[in-house]
Write a protein that binds this ligand. Structure first.
Ligand SMILES: Cc1cc2nc3c(=O)[nH]c(=O)nc-3n(C[C@H](O)[C@H](O)[C@H](O)COP(=O)(O)OP(=O)(O)OC[C@H]3O[C@@H](n4cnc5c(N)ncnc54)[C@H](O)[C@@H]3O)c2cc1C
Length: 479
């Protein structure tokens, strides 16, 4: 991977192409998260000469890992579902399929910390919606009456069109209440899934996005909600393999290179990139894909490129906290478990992927919609979570804690609040040479890796179309 901080030999500071490349269209992609990496690959695959510029020293954006001593730590547990077809296309494109695990069949152990009772949400080999019916009928965390009411609400949800703008302004919690859902069904089922996928509780989530998640995940294809996760550090996928794929595609990658401005001069775009202290480089391009978070996009968009740029700033953000605990022995004998009746939400075993050796176990707690906890001191989080883990997992009671630390992502996702759909822009701006990408743009999906990849595909498709180049590789349609 090229990590140049100044002009490379094949390109003058003004960005002129070498002789062999004359006539080839040029693109600059700003942001090396999943959206930008996807856009860069799709443009390069269509024959465009691409430079990708990323402010940080690594690719992967919000889905990354770092070292803590001998341990490879993910900043946050990242899961995907079988219905995340664009993300799986991305995994194939960067040759990283071997670094993920995808369940053959949805199977989620759910433990109620208050009672110690364990249940499962799983699917049978039956058509939708019967694939979940048997599991729901046996789900011990709801009464018979509550289980029946869940079935009725699920059928009502199936009739909604997530793209209907009227749903965007309604909150999911009110809709669930109107459809007979008790506080317990919300906690034990709707929020169990919804908080992890939307990064908001039902009352804070747009009905449109919630309907999209539940319809696609649980009510489309029987296998849609089978769960996948990285079996290696996220950086091995989103930096290592992605970087190798970009290099093989001929993309010039500039790390530690922050785009500071985009200007338009007729058909030409110029991107000013800060490549080091006091050093800048001007990149010329026919098209620019801006694949950065909404606040950064607002700062970089050329004047007049979008009708109401302030809308971007009205898209809020939501935090995710991860609590990492290393025990001296194995305390969880499943890849993950979801919790009820506890502040703990989802617990994942990261022992193998982190490289932990010596017989201990590394658990990562993924705490979504963590507004109330994101700034708490580590000591307070330790006092809160260690006893909770002992309540949930009996084997923890005799175990010694070897390490405890937290990772905080204050702006992990865009906030999926009612009304957010009307604020999310599509890829096209008024400037045909400037496209928007990012999980926060209008993909129909909540802020996920799937949304990021889809946005990169959307933006590259529109960029190619504006350049008059064929490039519709069918991935989006298939996805
Ligand atoms: C803790 C956590 C847990 C999550 N869990 C899940 C999960 O389980 N499943 C799931 O699907 N999703 C999950 N997500 C969400 C997922 O990580 C994001 O939706 C996705 O990675 C966003 O990708 P992106 O490319 O749109 O944006 P980003 O990842 O934000 O990438 C934008 C990039 O632009 C760069 N940049 C910004 N400004 C500039 C500039 N001026 N010049 C150059 N570069 C710039 C940034 O450094 C960054 O690398 C989680 C996120 C977090 C933080």
């Amino acid at each position: 991977m090229t990590t140049t901080q100044s002009s490379t030999s094949d390109e003058s500071p003004a960005g002129r192409a070498p002789a062999g490349d004359r006539g080839r269209r040029r693109a600059v992609v700003i942001g090396g998260g999943l959206a930008g990496t996807t856009a860069a690959l799709a443009l390069a695959d269509a024959g465009v000469r691409v430079t990708l510029t990323e402010a940080r020293p690594r690719l992967g954006g919000l889905a990354f890992s770092f070292r803590r001593g001998d341990l490879a730590v993910d900043n946050g547990q990242h899961v995907f579902l079988r219905c995340c077809t664009a993300y799986q296309w991305f995994l194939d494109r960067i040759a990283a399929r071997d670094l993920v695990t995808l369940q053959e069949r949805l199977d989620v152990p759910v433990v109620d910390a208050a009672t110690g009772r364990a249940g499962r949400l799983s699917r049978a080999a039956l058509p939708v919606p019967l694939h979940l019916a048997a599991s729901l009928a046996r789900y011990p965390h709801l009464s018979l009456r509550e289980r029946a009411s869940v079935g009725r609400a699920a059928l009502a949800l199936r009739g909604l069109d997530p793209a209907d703008p009227a749903l965007d302004g309604i909150d999911f919690g009110s809709w669930l209440a109107e459809h007979g859902q008790s506080a317990r069904t919300v906690e034990a089922l709707w929020d169990l899934v919804g908080v992890a996928t939307l990064n908001a509780t039902a009352g804070d989530a747009s009905l449109g996005l919630a309907a999209m998640v539940f319809k696609t995940g649980l009510l489309s294809d029987p296998g849609a909600a089978d769960i996948g996760w990285a079996s290696a550090p996220l950086g091995d996928l989103h930096h290592g393999r992605a970087g190798a794929a970009l290099e093989a595609a001929g993309v010039r990658v500039l790390l530690r290179s922050r785009a500071a401005a985009i200007t338009s001069d007729g058909a030409l775009r110029r991107v000013t990139v800060e490549t080091g202290p006091g050093r800048t480089e001007q990149l010329e391009a026919d098209t620019v894909v801006l694949a950065v978070p909404q606040r950064e996009a607002h700062a970089l968009l050329p004047d007049g490129a979008v009708e109401d740029p302030e809308k971007l700033l009205r898209i809020g953000t939501a935090p995710i906290l991860n609590v990492h605990v290393i025990y001296d022995r194995q305390v969880l004998d499943q890849p993950f478990v979801a919790a009820l009746g506890s502040p703990v939400q989802w617990v994942f075993d990261r022992t193998a992927s982190s490289g932990l050796t010596g017989g201990g176990q590394y658990l990562a707690l993924s705490q979504s919609a963590a507004q109330d906890e994101i700034d708490l001191p580590v000591a307070e989080l330790r006092d809160r979570y260690l006893p909770e883990l002992a309540r949930l997992l009996p084997a923890v009671r005799g175990a010694e804690v070897r390490d405890f630390f937290v990772t905080r992502e204050r702006t992990a996702t865009f906030a999926p609040t009612p009304g957010v759909g009307a604020l999310r822009p599509g890829p096209v701006t008024r400037d045909p040479g400037v496209l928007l990408a990012g999980a926060w743009t209008a993909t129909g999906w909540p802020a996920t890796m799937e949304s990021a990849v889809r946005s990169g595909l959307q933006a590259s498709r529109e960029a190619l179309s504006a350049l008059g180049l064929p490039g519709n590789n069918g991935v989006l349609e298939a996805a």
